[in-house]
Design a protein around this ligand. Structure first.
Ligand SMILES: Nc1ncnc2c1ncn2[C@@H]1O[C@H](COP(=O)(O)OP(=O)(O)OP(=O)(O)O)[C@@H](O)[C@H]1O
Ligand code: NI
Length: 300
């Protein structure tokens, strides 16, 4: 099993008269036997980063940097190479809004059995692990509830037993028991030596299952470190704000809005919302090179 080495990845979208800077200079390593959670508010670039790793970006996207999985650079690999050697085999993806990724004209069972045949897996076992009963499997995607479509997507991503799983908001629409079951499944995979990148809004889920947490703000990683340290001894004022917004803590959202990705400030993008900001924050802070790293001039 090999590391995923994301090195200085940026993704931009060219629009008429504007450029969306969706992912900015992101570096992150995910090792076998490790679960890394990527957290941050809606629109901060989490899904775009995952899409870049699997070659799912639209034509107006431009990427730089590299993302190595063994000998493959995922950012320059051809679609054919990704389709035949990476997707489902080396990286399983649980996509965000899974219902829209299922083939509408085929039952869940047909899709899962086809994936199992192509990838060499066990459809029955994958279905059971995802909490799917035989009667669910005979439904077409439009007959599945959101939570059920999520379970089908989870089974599809895992049927080929890929060493790396990227799960984009996999707990959306699941009730508490299923969330706990899924997180338990992720933990089993990780303890078996798989690597998991868990993209989530759910900090409580990240805290439960992740070894490390990376916090993203306006396309950049602003803090990354051991999960309990990032949440319980946050260094970045943004991470502290996210942790304090948890229902079991202050339950107070961070005031203000993230900046427009078409018009990012030159300095720290969080400064306009940050109580600790001073003039120094007009310079862009660099992510430190520690096991618990932060990009902030005035850390907590
Ligand atoms: N094809 C595209 N063209 C232009 N902008 C895009 C495109 N795809 C995504 N974006 C923009 O990139 C930014 C990051 O989007 P992304 O979907 O990665 O956010 P996210 O962190 O996954 O949010 P959420 O938590 O809501 O899923 C958003 O501002 C989004 O509007
Ligand atoms: Ni997303």
């Amino acid at each position: 099993m090999v590391n995923l080495e994301i090195d200085r990845v940026s993704v931009r979208f060219a629009l008429k008269g504007a450029t969306v800077e969706a992912v900015n200079d992101v570096s992150l390593r995910i090792r076998p036997g490790e679960c890394v959670a990527l957290v941050g508010e809606s629109g901060c670039g989490k899904t775009v980063l995952a899409s870049a790793l699997l070659g799912f970006l639209p034509g107006n996207a431009e990427t730089s940097g590299s993302a190595r999985l063994g000998e493959v650079d995922l950012l320059v690999a051809t679609d054919h190479e990704l389709a035949t050697t990476v997707r489902g085999r080396r990286i399983g993806l649980i996509p965000q809004s899974p219902a829209s990724h299922l083939t509408p004209v085929r039952t869940a069972r047909a899709q899962l059995e086809e994936a199992a045949r192509v990838l060499g897996g066990d459809a029955q076992q994958a279905a059971e692990r995802a909490g799917l009963l035989p009667e669910h499997l005979d439904r077409y995607p439009h007959e599945l509830s959101g939570g059920m479509a999520q379970r089908v997507a989870n089974a599809l991503a895992l049927v080929g037993n890929p060493p790396l799983l990227i799960a984009d908001e996999p707990t959306t629409g699941l009730d508490r028991d299923l969330v706990d079951g899924l997180l338990g499944e992720f933990r089993r995979l990780v303890d078996d030596g798989h690597a998991v990148l868990l993209i989530t809004h759910d900090l409580a889920a990240a805290h439960k299952v992740a070894d490390r947490i990376a916090v993203m703000y306006a396309g950049r990683i602003v803090e990354v470190g051991p999960a309990h340290e990032v949440l319980d001894a946050s260094k970045h004022p943004y991470s502290r704000g996210l942790a304090n917004a948890l229902p079991e803590r202050d339950f107070l959202p961070i005031p203000g809005q993230p900046p427009l990705l078409t018009d990012l400030p030159a300095g720290c993008a969080f400064a306009p919302r940050c109580e600790q900001a001073t003039a120094i924050c007009e310079d862009r802070p660099v992510l430190t090179d520690d096991p618990h790293a932060v990009a902030c001039h005035r850390p907590c």
